[in-house]
Write a protein that binds this ligand. Structure first.
Ligand SMILES: O=C(CO)COP(=O)(O)O
Length: 138
């Protein structure tokens, strides 16, 4: 599964701890992230993470494009709801495109924990079926 990991600055420590705690599960998947989040996660955990641009300069949009192309299976985005973001339109667009394509989206630690356990149990395997179906349509 292709999984996007993103965190606003105030949530970076939280996503690092999350990635380290669930490294044994995450390492079985292809990980993607916005620039700074990806750098910090891979430095702290040793996980292999493909890094897009930093969020404020286009990383959120790059991840959104992967979703539009049906190439992202899950988004874990630890948002900071208490700080204004200069790229708020990009953040909203990313959340919206997840809903458009019914991509599982966790926006805080509590829901991300449920996602990761579901991932381990195979609860998201339906994504593979959908991907195959859409690939055949093309
Ligand atoms: O701003 C972000 C998401 O909106 C995250 O970007 P960085 O991971 O580059 O800090």
């Amino acid at each position: 599964m292709n999984i996007a990991l993103i965190a606003h600055d105030e949530k970076k420590q939280e996503i690092i701890h999350f990635a380290m705690a669930y490294k044994h599960i995450l390492k079985k998947h292809q990980l993607f992230a916005t620039g700074t989040t990806g750098k910090k996660i891979s430095e702290a955990s040793g996980l292999d993470v493909f890094r897009f641009q930093s969020g404020p300069v286009g990383g959120d949009q790059q991840i959104g494009a992967k979703i539009a192309q049906n190439e992202m299976d899950m988004v874990i985005f630890f948002r900071d709801p208490l700080t204004a973001q200069p790229h708020e339109p990009d953040v909203s667009a990313l959340l919206r495109i997840c809903d458009v394509h019914r991509i599982p989206l966790a926006t805080n630690l509590a829901s991300a924990e449920i996602f990761i356990r579901g991932l381990e149990r195979g609860d998201f395997e339906w994504r593979e079926i959908i991907k195959e179906k859409l690939a055949k349509k093309d």
